[in-house]
Design a protein around this ligand. Structure first.
Ligand code: B3K
Ligand code: ZN
Length: 849
């Protein structure tokens, strides 16, 4: 298939004013009747043929202005010659038939557990009916659904309903990707919200019977999101009803369809007994994210899919702000940076690297990536830092006023910042077009009371981009005295050329620089410090992120040294620093839990590679364990005390305070297991009254090769809860020892409950192996083989999910030659498969490079 290029964008030749759809729902033969009012686009050249997208549709009839015509569909749509089109607009009518029950790709109209639902972003609407399926065609939709099912939903406001039918009208023009329909035997949790402009909105969360006791937290998160968007961005909801529906089979987290959000049930359903604190936090974040899309995505959408970060980067940034306000800004920032490094830096460092605004794609679903989402959010964070908070808000106000109801570009976005921010941002804009993570090297000089800092930026080549230009990088800097007092409060340097030198005169002593405070830019910082300087920052930096970062750098340096010199213990001063931190009860437990957590195996592999070494997955696994054992032995009494002290009396409260205490408790028990043989973890498993501690304790046992009995107990108790069962599958594989992970995955993939067509379950089993580096990277290649086999199998039924899971191979080029050739062989085997999906073909081609 041919790639699509950003540079080839042309405005749509025809616009759509109104769409009326009638659905006669039937598992194997759903009829879709469409009436679409077209008119020529004044902004396009006249005289075009009418091209409508359509895939997998059976066309029953079609007409223009009532005159039936003989359209000849091809594999991707149909064309009506210009000569057959009235000049000033016309009514297109068509009747098509589709089969939702056979739709395993979960795109378009499909069935999940007996209910009908849709997923149209990015290009799924063309699997429902013929349409110009592109985001810059925005129209008013009216929908009639005919079915015996009790609950029939679509976008907008309900108009009328009767036995066997319901009608919906959406007054807000929208692109087809925001269309949604649901039909099923569902039950709602209902609440209401009054907007700041006095609109009374009905809120419903629809779930399957039996799940209605698990929606309270999602509803609470929704109401807080609605209030927050009014307070912080001045944005109110704009319909009389807001529906959320939970479905079990869903390719992503959730979807922001106008007025009818559809969610993967794992991001809606929660009780203290079945969901962890992390699950509660994900629900809060994703409910907020989809709700915030109502303004950033729906009211203002994207001109074309290259602009995807316009809505996704911005909406992620908004959900990050929201979560910071709801919980702790310091902790949230650390968690966001950990995710960014684990997912986006990883992407940027390998063959799948692409800019926040890509320039071409074969399958757009392959570009819903950490780069578009998380790096996109970082760019907005930098913009806010560069123009300041007040001007940021002014820029957003201007954006909402100027572009409401439009399909926009990154240029439109940058313009409001240039106008409201009062500065030229053409250099900053390079961030959107240039892939790769910039590296900043910091060197220092101290002479006669003059302190000089030199910053150098460099971005390594990425696929298709051999040469990189200097970026505008905001670097937040502070200086600390050796007594732990701050000498210079945070100021933002603008690194806009390859090198920047700053000097500070008349300092009483050589300071310790705290660079990149708050992680002010998505870069890799190289700043050599002595370990006592790191310890000073860990103990005293006024910036909580850099406090964390100092601890993390110490940990990373220690683990690197252990791996490279094959010593089996970290330095005493690292352990001492951890002890000080552990004993500091003034520190937020959530923060202490984060510092206590050693860098993940994948983080170590990436940083070793970045430092010029070939990471050895087995050695990394062994040394990380050795470090944990050393820490456990040295800090045993402190860890045991923490495990006691951080008990939360209950009843369970998902809010940040108790969640932080549980995080520290579980972290303490996890490390302790390396010294006490799992005694504390086993006790916690038995006494836990919530899933966070039960799961955390079981994982701690699994990680030391124990937990078999607990696993059996867990299964007996939870086998009927599909979301908890995912955890049961996942935890075992994730924490399996290197030589056990592959055979265990193989065994569990034969388990009666391994429903591999369900994306959550596939991820919990096959995805979990990929997330266990030492297990996945067995040097005999059995892990690669097993995953490749499953990817091929899944590709036949759900290309989007298969392609997404294939990114497990993206780090292959940093490995040793043996592993590289094993992976190359698997990628080639996949690539050579006849009938491979476009999604998968593009992914493997990019990875093979
Ligand atoms: N916009 C959707 C993602 C759609 C994915 C299409 N493959 C969810 C979100 O980002 O909020
Ligand atoms: Zn989104």
């Amino acid at each position: 298939p041919q790639p699509v290029f950003l540079a080839d964008y042309q405005p749509p030749p025809f616009l759509v004013d109104t769409v009326a759809l009638t659905f006669r729902l039937h598992p194997g033969r759903t009829q879709v009747l469409s009436e679409i009012r077209f008119r020529p686009n004044p902004a396009a050249t006249p005289g075009h043929d009418l091209r409508l997208d359509g895939e997998g549709l059976r066309l029953l009839s079609a007409s223009i202005d009532g005159k039936s015509l003989m359209a000849q569909p091809d594999a991707t749509g149909l064309t009506i010659p210009a000569a057959d089109l009235p000049e000033d607009g016309f009514l297109w009518q068509a009747e098509v038939e589709i089969a939702p029950e056979g739709n395993t790709a979960l795109e378009g109209l499909y069935m999940s557990g007996g209910m009908y639902c849709t997923q149209c972003e990015a290009e799924g609407f063309r699997k429902i009916t013929y349409y110009p399926d592109r985001p810059d065609v925005m129209a008013r939709f009216r929908v009639r659904i005919e079915s015996d099912l009790p609950v029939l939903l679509s976008n907008g406001n309900p108009v009328d309903s009767g036995p066997g039918w319901a009608e919906w009208d959406d007054p807000h023009p929208k692109p087809a990707y925001l269309f949604a329909l649901v039909g099923g035997d569902l039950v709602a949790t209902t609440d209401s919200f009054t907007t700041m402009d006095g609109r009374n909105v009905t809120l419903n969360i629809w779930v399957r019977h039996g799940d209605e006791g698990k929606t309270a937290y999602a509803m609470d998160a929704l109401k807080r999101s609605m209030a927050w968007d009014e307070q912080v961005y001045g944005r109110a909801y704009d319909l009389d009803i807001f529906n959320i529906v939970a479905v079990d089979d869903f390719n992503m987290g959730a979807m922001e369809n106008k007025g009818l959000n559809i969610f993967n049930s794992r991001y809606v359903l929660a009780t203290p007994e079945t969901a962890t604190d992390a699950d509660f936090a994900s629900i809060e974040r994703i409910i907020a994210h989809e709700y915030f899309h109502n303004w950033t995505g729906n009211r203002i959408t994207c001109r074309d899919w290259f602009q995807l970060s316009l809505k996704e980067g911005l909406t992620v940034f908004r959900d990050q702000q929201f979560m910071g306000d709801m919980r702790s800004h310091a902790v949230k920032r650390i968690e966001d940076v950990l995710t960014l490094r684990a997912r986006q830096f990883r992407e940027d460092a390998g063959p799948l690297a692409h800019p926040v605004r890509p320039e071409s794609y074969v399958e757009i679903n392959n570009f819903y990536t950490a780069t578009v989402y998380e790096k996109g959010a970082e760019l907005i964070r930098m913009l806010r830092l560069l123009v300041g908070e007040d001007r940021y808000r002014a820029a957003l106000d201007l954006y909402f006023i100027r572009h409401d109801g439009q399909a926009c570009t990154i240029e439109d976005w940058i313009s409001v910042f240039e106008e409201a921010g009062g500065r030229d941002l053409s250099q900053f804009k390079r961030w959107y077009g240039q892939a790769g993570t910039p590296r900043i090297d910091v060197t220092e000089d101290w002479q006669d009371g003059r302190y000089t800092l030199t910053l150098r930026q460099h971005t390594a080549p990425t696929p298709g981009q051999p040469l990189k230009e200097p970026l505008l990088i905001p670097v937040a800097l502070g200086l600390m005295g050796t007594d732990g007092r701050e000498i210079l409060p945070t100021q933002v340097l603008e690194l806009d050329s390859p090198t920047l030198r700053v000097t500070f005169d008349d300092l009483p002593e050589r300071p310790v620089a705290s660079v990149l405070r708050g992680f002010s830019a998505p870069v890799i910082l190289h700043h050599k410090l002595q370990s006592d300087e790191r310890a000073l920052l860990l103990a005293h930096d006024t910036d909580p992120f850099n406090r964390f970062e100092a601890g993390r750098s110490l940990a990373r340096e220690n683990l690197h040294a252990m791996v490279l010199q094959q010593t089996t213990a970290p330095d005493q001063n690292f352990i001492d620093a951890l002890r000080v931190l552990l004993r500091d009860d003034t520190l937020d437990p959530a923060f202490r839990a984060l510092v206590l957590r050693l860098p993940e195996q994948d983080d170590l592999a990436a940083s070793l590679h970045e430092a010029g070494h070939t990471p050895d997955p087995d050695m990394i696994y062994d040394m990380r364990r050795a470090a944990q054992t050393a820490i456990a032995r040295a800090l045993e009494p402190d860890l045991a005390r923490i495990a006691q002290q951080m008990e939360t009396p209950g009843p369970y409260d998902p809010a940040a305070r108790d969640a932080g205490r549980r995080a520290l408790r579980v972290q303490a028990v996890t490390i302790l297991a390396h010294a006490d043989g799992g005694t504390a973890a086993a006790a916690l498993f038995q006494s836990a009254y919530n899933m966070t501690e039960q799961m955390g304790a079981w994982a701690a046992l699994l990680a030391i090769g124990a937990g078999e009995q607990e696993g059996a107990e867990f299964y007996r108790h939870w086998a009927q809860d599909r979301l908890v069962l995912d955890k049961w599958f996942m935890a075992q594989i994730l924490h399996a020892s290197p030589d056990h992970a592959v055979p265990l995955t193989d065994e569990l993939s034969r388990h009666a409950r391994f429903d591999w067509k369900n994306p959550n379950r596939f991820r919990a089993v096959i995805g979990a192996l990929g997330a266990n580096p030492a297990g996945f990277h067995r040097s005999n290649g059995t892990g690669y083989q097993l995953v490749a086999d499953w990817l091929l199998r899944l590709d036949g039924v759900n290309p989007q999910a298969a392609a997404r899971n294939s990114a497990v191979f993206e780090t292959w080029r940093r490995l040793d030659t043996n592993r590289q050739s094993l992976i190359r062989a698997e990628l080639q085997r996949i690539a050579g498969n006849p009938g491979l999906s476009r999604d998968m073909a593009e992914m493997v081609a990019r990875m093979l490079g």
